[in-house]
Design a protein around this ligand. Sequence first.
Ligand SMILES: Nc1nc2c(ncn2[C@@H]2O[C@H](COP(=O)(O)OP(=O)(O)OP(=O)(O)O)[C@@H](O)[C@H]2O)c(=O)[nH]1
Ligand SMILES: [Mg+2]
Ligand SMILES: [Zn+2]
Length: 289
Amino acid sequence: MGQVVKGVGGIYTVSNGEDAIKCYPRGRLRRQGEIYIGDMVEVSCDKEGIIEAVRPRKSALVRPYVANIDAVIIVIAPIPKPDFTLVDKLLIGALEQKLDAVIAINKCELEGARELFDAVKKDYADLAEICLTSVEENIGIEELCRRVGSRFVCLAGQSGVGKSSLLNALLGEDKCAIGDISEKSARGRHTTRHVEIFKSAYGGQIADTCGFSMLEMPLADPSVLREYYPDFEEFAQSCKYRDCRHADEEDCGVRRAVQEGKLSKSRYERYLKLYKDAYARWINRYGNH
Ligand SMILES: Nc1nc2c(ncn2[C@@H]2O[C@H](COP(=O)(O)OP(=O)(O)OP(=O)(O)O)[C@@H](O)[C@H]2O)c(=O)[nH]1
Ligand SMILES: [Mg+2]
Ligand SMILES: [Zn+2]
C-alpha cells in the first residue's frame, strides 16, 4: 500500500514513505476523478506498478482532486485582488469535509495588506486561523510551518497569490515552479497545473494546488447552505422561522444583525448571492415545488 503523491496525464506516483514508483491505474480506476492525490492505494507490481484499489477517504476535495487532508490553507494577497466569494466557497468545502482552515494573507509587505488583514478578521475570525506571511521578506513562514505541524495540509486559492512560493518557502527548497503576475491584469496565470504532495519540516505533508479559480458549488439543496455559516448561528436563533434561509423572510435575525452592524454586511451579501445562485440552479433542475 502507498500514497498517491502526484498524478500527471494518467500516470501516478505512489510513495510508501521511502520509495516512490510510477503507477498506472487498473480498469475503471483510469476514469477521470477515480483517483485523488493523497489517496491511499493498493498497488501490485509486475514490470510496472498497477493501482488496484483505493482505500476509503478520510476527506475529499474536488477540482482539483485531493484526498485525506486535515486542513486547508487558503492563501490570499493584496495582489491579485482578493476574491472573497472563493474564500467563502473554500471555507464551505472545508466545513463540509470537517477540515481545519487557515487563511494566510501572503505578500504582507505590500501596500494594502493591513487593510486586508482587518477585513479578513472581520469576516472570518470565528472560522479560520488567520496569519500574515511574506515570502519576499521571510515574514511568518516559520510560524506557518509550525501551524502546519504534523498535519497534511493543502494550499488553495486564486492563481498568483503565491501558493507555490509559500510551499517552497515552507520546504526551504525550490520544489515548485512559480509564475509571474501579468502586469496588465495583475492576475495570475495558472503556473501550477497539477497537485503534488511534499513532506514538511514538522513531519506533516503539504500539497500545492492550481488556482481553484473555477471552483463551483456542487448542485446542492440551497436550504442547506446556511448550515455552513456557523458565524450566522447565534443570530439565526432569533429568526421567526426555524428553517429561515435569511433571504427575504420576515423577521430574520441574521438580516437584523447585519443592519445593526453585528454581522459583516459583505459576508452576508456574498451568502445571499451564493444562496440565490444555488436556488436558481435547483429550480432549473428540479422545478419549483
Ligand atoms: N511581493 C511579493 N510577491 C510574492 C510573494 N510571494 C509570491 N510572490 C510572487 O507572486 C507571483 C505568483 O506566485 P506563485 O507562487 O506562482 O503563485 P501561485 O499561487 O502558486 O499561482 P498558480 O500556480 O498560478 O495558482 C510570483 O511572481 C511570486 O514571486 C510575496 O510574499 N511578496
Ligand atoms: Mg502555483
Ligand atoms: Zn433568518
